[in-house]
Design a protein around this ligand. Structure first.
Ligand SMILES: [Zn+2]
Length: 165
């Protein structure tokens, strides 16, 4: 299992997810602009009336400019997909939250590429993007030891998935 957190209790609080996102923001490769990004995505799996919550994390690989970055959100989603089994898809897995934190003194802004991929994975799993919280966890406070959250529904940030017309 690749999850970084799992529980059969209440769903994860965004503060706990943000703490892991921050830890992962320090683990990536930031050879280009020095900005680390960590992302955590949480899911609920339901089997025979029992729900379990899982969270997966990713970090960015910021190698040599925008075109060759691997974004933390994409990395976290890939970790999750590698764990899912065929019979999880479509009926038992629900995406809940995507929480992202960055290093340094910048606030996080999501990119369109990650929104497309997150929404596409949501479609693939059969989840509603209206129920997915996309959350930026920005450091605040004198010692930058607390988080200020900006929360949007995935559906409000990107109202449809890329499609050929
Ligand atoms: Zn991105």
């Amino acid at each position: 299992m690749r999850e970084v957190m799992a529980t059969t209790g209440p769903d994860f609080h965004k503060d706990d997810l943000a703490t892991v996102a921050h830890e992962y923001s320090l683990k990536g490769i930031q050879s280009y602009d020095g900005m680390g990004v960590g992302a955590v995505v949480s899911f609920t799996k339901t089997r025979t009336n029992q729900s379990k919550h899982f969270a997966y994390a990713g970090t960015n690989m910021n190698l040599s400019g925008f075109q060759t970055k691997v974004h933390a959100e994409q990395n976290a989603l890939q970790q999750a997909l590698l764990d899912f089994e065929d019979d999880d898809l479509g009926v038992r897995v629900k995406m809940n939250k995507m929480v992202v934190a960055v290093t340094g003194d910048k606030d996080y802004l999501t990119c369109g590429h990650c929104l497309q991929i997150t929404r596409s994975v949501c479609d693939y799993l059969g989840c509603s993007p209206r129920q997915v919280d996309y959350i930026a966890a920005n450091h605040k406070g004198e010692d930058r030891d607390t988080f200020e959250f900006r929360e949007e529904k995935l559906d409000d940030l990107l109202s449809t998935t890329y499609a050929e017309w």
